[in-house]
Design a protein around this ligand. Structure first.
Ligand code: ADP
Length: 361
């Protein structure tokens, strides 16, 4: 199969006077599994529908395989879309649902038989051809919707929250199936979700959107480790964001003052922001809590703190800890028999400078 790229160049779209896509620039590589991640209302579905051709942008270009398809109507785009609701025909059996698009395109009967058979095989539903959609589980309906889309052999596959109607366990199973299917087909796929776990576990790369703006694009681990701004830091995982004053700064080192807690030296990196007040950002699992003797753990800087709240989550316990004027979240791995720190416990809080990133204040 000829794998194609999808490119959005300076795309804008408004509903009435409200601009919901603001200068979108994205380059999606051939064969990539790409996620659009963002909260409800951030513009993900609008962008997906625009790529499918159901929404028209007011400015910018949409290129597939390097060609501008802005003026090409949806049915001529060779793009397949799976809707959140699956939109299966309730009165047709599975076979006819999957065959529908081929019949419409006047494909020969023999070829329809072969292609529908192959598509049902691919999604593991060969034995279900005679069933109606209401005789299938949610996961099976989802697979029919996928089969119906891929049987057309689109160049680009668009998935709008395809797993959101499924319960948690099935979602986890289906996202692996989806990924393995995408890998076998090698089809460029754009996947909309508001669920960061779903995006992180499946996507080669993802774009985090908020308020019609692409906030950051990258591989899941890049967005997790190096969020560019506070929105991405908060949306992808849990992040401590602690404001601190810049006490001094030179080319290699910034000394920050944490109100009421002490000082911390951080190495200057190429994208360290400027300003008098910056935010220290670090993940809860990088924070250490100790009540006993500190065995010279040189990776950490230690500050006195007080436990305010704990939440036992099984694999780890999530603590809220007060440190001077600041409140932090610290996740500590849990092992059988380990007692939890009670609220009010005074302890030492270890922060690891190498795990702290500076964000604009
Ligand atoms: P998401 O998929 O991220 O939840 P949407 O793309 O559905 O977000 O919506 C983006 C914004 O556009 C929202 O503020 C939504 O209310 C608005 N919107 C979506 N569709 C329409 C429409 N047909 N008419 C007017 N506003 C719309």
């Amino acid at each position: 199969m000829n794998k194609v790229s999808v490119e959005c160049r300076n795309i804008r779209l408004s509903y009435g006077s409200t601009e919901v896509l603001k200068d979108i620039n994205l380059q999606i590589e051939p064969g990539e599994f790409f996620a659009l991640l963002g909260p409800s209302g951030s513009g993900k579905s609008t962008l997906l529908r625009l790529i499918a051709g159901f929404n028209q942008h007011s400015a910018g270009q949409l290129l597939v395989d390097g060609k501008d398809i802005s003026q090409v109507p949806p049915h001529k785009r060779n793009i397949g879309m799976v809707f959140q609701s699956y939109a299966l025909w309730p009165h047709m059996n599975v076979w006819d649902n999957v065959a529908f698009g081929l019949v419409e395109r006047k494909v020969r009967r023999k070829e329809i038989r072969e292609r529908v058979g192959a598509a049902l095989d691919l999604v593991g539903l060969s034995g279900f051809a005679k069933r109606r959609p209401n005789e299938l589980s949610g996961g099976q309906q989802q697979r029919v919707a996928l089969a119906r889309t891929i049987v057309i052999e689109p160049q680009v596959l668009l998935l709008d929250e395809p797993l959101s109607n499924l319960d948690k366990n099935l979602r986890v199973q289906m996202r692996q199936e989806l990924l393995s299917l995408q890998r076998r087909l090698g089809i460029t796929t754009i996947f909309v979700t508001h669920d960061q776990e779903e995006a992180m576990t499946t996507a080669d790369r993802m774009a985090v959107m908020d308020q019609g703006i692409v906030q950051q694009v990258g591989a899941p681990y890049e967005l997790f480790d190096y969020p560019r701004n506070r929105f991405v830091a908060d949306f992808v995982g849990t992040m401590n964001v602690v404001p601190a004053r810049v006490k001094s700064r030179n080319d290699s080192l910034i000394t920050m003052e944490l109100d009421g807690a002490g000082f911390i030296d951080l190495a200057v990196v190429h994208d360290s922001p400027s300003g008098d007040t910056l935010n220290l950002s670090f993940r809860p699992h990088t924070v250490q809590l100790e009540t006993g003797k500190l065995w010279g753990e040189s990776r950490f800087l230690w500050f006195p703190g007080t436990v305010e709240h704990s939440e036992f989550l099984g694999e780890f316990t999530r603590y809220e800890v007060r440190l001077g004027q600041h409140k932090l979240v610290a996740d500590q791995p849990h092992y059988a028999g380990r007692a939890l720190y009670a609220p009010g416990t005074e302890l030492m809080v270890g922060l690891e400078p190498a795990q702290i990133r500076l964000l604009p204040g």
